[in-house]
Design a protein around this ligand. Structure first.
Ligand SMILES: Cc1cc2nc3c(=O)[nH]c(=O)nc-3n(C[C@H](O)[C@H](O)[C@H](O)COP(=O)(O)OP(=O)(O)OC[C@H]3O[C@@H](n4cnc5c(N)ncnc54)[C@H](O)[C@@H]3O)c2cc1C
Length: 418
């Protein structure tokens, strides 16, 4: 045996699993395809005067599991989403502040959105159907879409309300969105410290049974087989769907059904650096329209705006190639700020996670009718244990802290069995 446990993937889930096993004095080896740890957490330190996140950016909730690692890393955070800093584009194209919510009766349901959805216990329907049944007006429905569908890599028609209700009912991470001043990577370096991580070791085949696993990894002269008693599989859902790793024997029916039922739509981030700030200096988040419906200022006083586009919208943005994405971003900003965005453009950074072979998408999504599939994907099979954001069923899937939590859950399963 090379180790008691082989962990496939050094993202949040894999690192958390390996850390929990190491803390219990179990020997774990982490095999990672990339030349770095972190997976969909990946900070850029050269694009601007402050770290800019190519993937995950926020800690969602003041009780998120990530905080333990923020503290261990000695990192600093700040609240990202002040209410007063929110801006929204109205039906007539005007950009306004949050006072509009107090003035417009038709926007009031947005304040109760999460609470009302959490209370839903009817048949599984899409968010779009739910919004129509609750007679949301066009702008209220758009805000709900951006908040609950777009933020989950979906459109209102492609996200399950039963799943949203379940997630919201069990969410105990508290309010708030926070950024890590030193960058998410900084925290992940602390999480990875001292672990046995083999980088540039793409796994191509996993032979598994009840007694143990044989994992083939690496290419060319570096190719080798690792034998262990257990494996934690943290491959992104879309990597599993692509069949990029062969399982011998094939995964059980429960996993195959879940892998087929869940989806992992695209997500892309476009960050644009300008030579001066032309938006109002208090702006934090901007809810706009079109295929790039969310923008935010990476820091107050720093001339960088980031747009997030997910799901079908991201596919639309990406359809004409990477150069066209910048043009679409500048056009969306020009509609709000006139010629300033083009005049002050300095540089941009585009990260398309669907084009990344080790992710192949943004993050996982449960479509209407498929509530329950995350738990099914997470169920252990012989020596295999599954972790990663797609396997989080009780609390906050598709997040960093959910992925950390899933890694610890998989480690507990193994510690119970060893
Ligand atoms: C654009 C974007 C924005 C996001 N924003 C936020 C946010 O603000 N807050 C938040 O909480 N979450 C956010 N998320 C979600 C968050 O990034 C993920 O939920 C989390 O990082 C997933 O961790 P994971 O360990 O499950 O998967 P990953 O981080 O993808 O880790 C899986 C690892 O497996 C590796 N791998 C793949 N194939 C192989 C192979 N064949 N062999 C070996 N290794 C392999 C990958 O390289 C990767 O390192 C965002 C995601 C994206 C894409």
């Amino acid at each position: 045996m090379d180790a008691e446990v082989v962990v496939v993937g050094a993202g949040a889930a894999g690192l958390a699993a390996a850390r929990a096993l190491a803390d219990a004095r179990r020997r774990a080896i982490v095999l990672e395809a990339r030349g770095r740890v972190g997976g969909r957490v990946w900070t850029d330190y050269t694009f601007g005067p402050v770290p800019v996140e190519r993937g995950a950016e926020f800690i969602h909730g003041e009780q998120a599991d990530t905080w333990a690692w923020v503290r261990r890393a000695g990192a600093h955070t700040f609240a990202a989403a002040r209410w007063a800093g929110r801006r929204i584009v109205l039906e007539d194209g005007r950009l306004v502040g949050p006072a509009v919510f107090e003035q417009r009766a038709d926007l009031q349901p947005v304040f109760r959105l999460e609470e009302d959805i959490a209370a839903y216990d009817g048949p599984d329907i899409s968010l779009g159907e739910w919004l129509r049944a609750h007679e949301f007006g066009a702008l209220a429905a758009h805000i709900a879409d951006v908040r609950l569908a777009h933020a989950n890599c979906a459109t209102p028609e492609t996200i399950s309300v039963a799943e949203l209700a379940y997630e919201l009912r069990f969410s105990d991470k508290g309010p708030g969105d926070f950024r890590i001043l030193e960058g998410y990577d900084f925290v992940f370096a602390a999480l990875a410290a001292g672990l046995d991580i083999r980088l540039n070791m793409p796994v191509s085949r996993v032979r598994w049974g009840v007694e143990g696993v044989e994992v083939q990894a690496g290419t060319g002269a570096d190719a080798r087989t690792f034998r262990a008693r257990h494996a934690v599989i943290t491959l992104p859902l879309a990597v599993l769907q692509a069949g990029a790793v062969e399982f011998d024997p094939p995964l059980p029916e429960a996993q195959r059904q879940a892998i087929g039922a869940l989806v992992m739509p695209p997500a892309m981030k476009l960050s644009i650096r300008f030579d001066e700030i032309f938006w109002d200096a208090d702006m934090t988040f901007l809810t706009g329209a079109g295929a790039l419906p969310v923008w935010w200022a990476v820091r107050q006083g720093v001339p960088i705006l980031t747009a997030l586009s997910t799901g079908e919208r991201a596919a639309r943005v990406a359809a004409h190639g990477p150069d066209a994405v910048l043009e679409q971003g500048l056009a969306a900003l020009a509609a709000l700020f006139g010629d300033a965005p083009r005049r002050h453009y300095a540089a941009h950074m585009l990260v398309d996670w669907a084009a990344d072979p080790w992710a192949r998408g943004g993050y996982s999504l449960v479509r209407p009718g498929f509530h329950g599939m995350r738990a099914q994907l997470a169920s252990p099979a012989g020596a295999l244990h599954f972790a990663g954001e797609a396997t989080v069923f009780a609390n906050n899937p598709a997040t960093v802290h959910g992925a950390l939590h899933s890694g610890e859950r998989a480690a507990r399963e193994i510690l119970g069995a060893l």
